[in-house]
Structure formats: C-alpha cells, structure tokens
Design a binder for this molecule. Structure first.
Ligand SMILES: Cc1ncc(COP(=O)(O)O)c(C=O)c1O
Length: 368
C-alpha cells in the first residue's frame, strides 16, 4: 500500500482549473499562436499600461536585491489614492494571496466559512486548504443571497467571502445592501469583501467600502491589480482592514510575497487614471457589443458588471464542454464553468472589439 501524505482535507482538494494558456491550445489543436484569441481569464485586453512597463524596466536594475518587504512606496501610493493609512494595508501576491491569508489567519480545522454557490472558486480551495468547513449558500438569480448567507452563520463561523461583482456570474450587490449585511454579521466573524472587478463599475453603482473599514473592525476589503490595471502576470493585489486584521495577515504572509517589479509596476498603474478610464470604457463598449450579439442570437446570459459575461450555450449538461471544444478547435479560448456546477454555460472575458467579433463568429459556427 502506498503511503498517503498530508491530512485528508488536503488530499480532497480538487485543483483550480485556470484558463488554458495560448501555447497549450496551439500545441493541442495544431494552431498558430498568432491566430488564437484568449478570452478566458478576465485579463485586460489592452495588456499592461505603458506607465507600468516603464516603471518595471527601471526597476530591473535592482532586481538582484530583495524587494521592500513592507512595500513602503506602494502603500504610500495606495494611501495617496484612497486615503487609507499604511497600517491598514496588506500587500498580496495577487489578491488571491489575500483570500488565502484570511483563511489561514482566521479559520481552524473544523470551523466554518460561509460563501455563495457559484462564487469565486478560490473560496472553496482556501477553506479546504486549512481544513475549514464550507457552508455554501444557494445562489439567488446566480448571485449572492445575503439574507440566506446571514442566516447560514453558526457559532463556529469565522469567515465569510463575498465577491462583488462576482466571478464567474458577473452579478452585483448594491453597496447599501452590503452595508446592511455587515451590520448583521457578528463582530467575531471576518467578512472578506472581494472587489477584484470594482473599478469596472459605472459611477452610479460605485460605493465606498474603504470608508466602511472605519466602522467594521471585522471587514477586509480585497482589491486586485490583475483586472482593470492589467498586471495579472505580475501577481499583485492588496487588502484593506483595520490594524487588528491587517497585523495578523502581515504576520503570516511570506516576508517578500510581492516582488520588486510588481511593486514598481503597481505604483505606476495606480497613478495612471487615464489607463483605468480607457480600460473601463473599452470594457463597457465590449459588453454592449457582445450582449447585442447574444440578444440577436437569442442566447441567454447573466447581466454582468465585471469584464466578462456568462452565456448559456445549450440545455443539456454536455453543452458547455461541447461548445468549448468547438471554440478551441477554431482557436478561441473561453472558460467552461462546469466545475462551478454550471455545465450549460461558458464565461467569456470581454476582449478588444475585433476579438469580440471573431469570438461571436466562432460561437455561431460552434452552435450551428
Ligand atoms: C472574484 C475574484 N477575486 C479574486 C481574484 C484573484 O485575482 P488576482 O489573484 O489575480 O488578484 C479573481 C481572479 O480571477 C476573481 O475573479
């Protein structure tokens, strides 16, 4: 009998399924990389901002040294932008790091974590990695049902994950409802408000979660530099919470969890409002382009406030996998979401206008 390593809860983890890399699809389907379109990982189709590229290039000279483990300058840039003091900021190797740090810091084996059905896959993974018990609350119209989530909290609940907007469904909860929820959560339960896509929200839906941090010592707001800021490959995100939470997260993170090139790029990107505005507009236009095509084709989709949209490609349980394969053969990479319990759906990241157009053409062929 072979030896089994590690605790049962670690062995039970199903690995995260990311978007297929372009090179892999080229190899698998005998395609030219240059002709492949990837709309699978909610990246910024503009790539990284030029300002960040230049900052990174300048920082390379110092890459032989360890990065600033406290991220002094990057925290100063976050302070300048949002008015939040450095002692409330935790830097992460992607915001994924912040989500995992929260599970490690606040959940012991057997204790429970509340999150919604169809919410971001890392909530389940982070919970399982620490032996936590997942209390998965049924979604309402593919989004979070905050009343049911409040009702799901039990004595041993230590953490709640909320994604707003949510991935992969794109659903959104108005700020006032989130704040009403925060008021109902017991103060010993940490609420992670994961706002990876918040910069894409239209002005009338934006809300000030950073101001809530003053009022709720159990709130941890998580932000990503991978989406609107176009730095996905550098792995950088940050958390904002009162010192009580922030101090613990900073004790358990790796001392140099954010590399120096990522820090330099993030400082430049945070100051680059023009790039953010351009990216958000491109996304809003692309969303209209795609959903107009879906409407014309009579395809069901979930209205989304992220940089992606989920469409239903058939009624049978094999539909998502089948249409995904038919798209891959045409060199179009999107994201099947069968692993989320949505086997009839695909998630499409919004691309450049031409990419969106080529995707719609390929989709028509795949569905024919
Ligand atoms: C809701 C949500 N949160 C967090 C992340 C993690 O992003 P990153 O680690 O690149 O900041 C993602 C990435 O897709 C996401 O969709």
């Amino acid at each position: 009998m072979s030896i089994q390593f590690g605790p049962e809860y670690v062995r039970a983890i199903a690995p995260y399924q990311g978007g297929k890399p372009i090179s892999e699809v080229a190899r698998e389907f005998g395609l030219d990389e240059a002709n492949i379109i990837k709309l699978a990982s909610n990246e910024n189709p503009l790539g990284m901002p030029e300002s960040a590229r230049q900052a990174m290039a300048a920082a390379i000279a110092e890459a032989g040294r360890y990065p600033d483990g406290n991220g002094f300058e990057l925290k100063a840039a976050i302070t300048a932008k949002y008015g939040v003091p450095a002692e409330r900021i935790t830097l992460g190797n992607g915001s994924n790091d912040i989500l995992e740090l929260a599970a490690h810091a606040f959940v012991q084996p057997g204790q429970s974590v509340v999150y919604a059905q169809y919410s971001f896959a890392i909530y389940a993974l982070a919970t399982q990695a620490v032996g936590g018990r997942s209390l998965v609350v049924d979604a309402k119209n593919y989004g979070h049902d905050l009343d049911a989530m409040a009702a799901a909290i039990v004595d041993d609940t230590r953490l709640i994950f909320i994604a707003n907007p949510n991935n992969p469904t794109g659903t959104f909860i108005p700020g006032a409802q989130i704040e009403a929820f925060l008021k109902r959560v017991p103060s010993n339960v940490v609420v992670v408000l994961d706002e990876a896509y918040t910069e894409f929200l239209p002005a009338d839906l934006q809300y000030d979660s950073i101001a809530w941090v003053d009022r709720y010592p159990n709130l941890l707001v998580s932000r990503s530099m991978s989406k609107v800021y176009g730095l996905a490959g550098l792995r950088i995100g940050y958390g904002i919470a009162q010192a009580g939470i922030t101090d613990l997260l900073n004790r358990i993170r790796q001392p140099f969890n954010v590399n120096s090139l990522a820090q330099a790029a993030a400082i430049a990107a945070l100051r680059d409002d023009a790039f953010v505005q351009r990216s958000a507009k491109l996304n809003a236009d692309g969303y209209r382009q795609l959903t107009a095509a879906f409407d014309a084709m009579g395809l069901e989709y979930v209205p989304s406030l992220g940089n992606f949209v989920m469409i239903k490609v058939g009624d049978d349980l094999g539909a998502g996998a089948r249409i995904n394969l038919a798209l891959l053969k045409q060199g179009v990479i999107v994201r099947p979401v069968g692993n989320y319990g949505l086997p009839q759906w695909l998630r499409i990241s919004i691309g450049l206008p031409k990419e969106n157009e080529l995707f719609v053409d390929a989709l028509k062929k795949a569905l024919a």
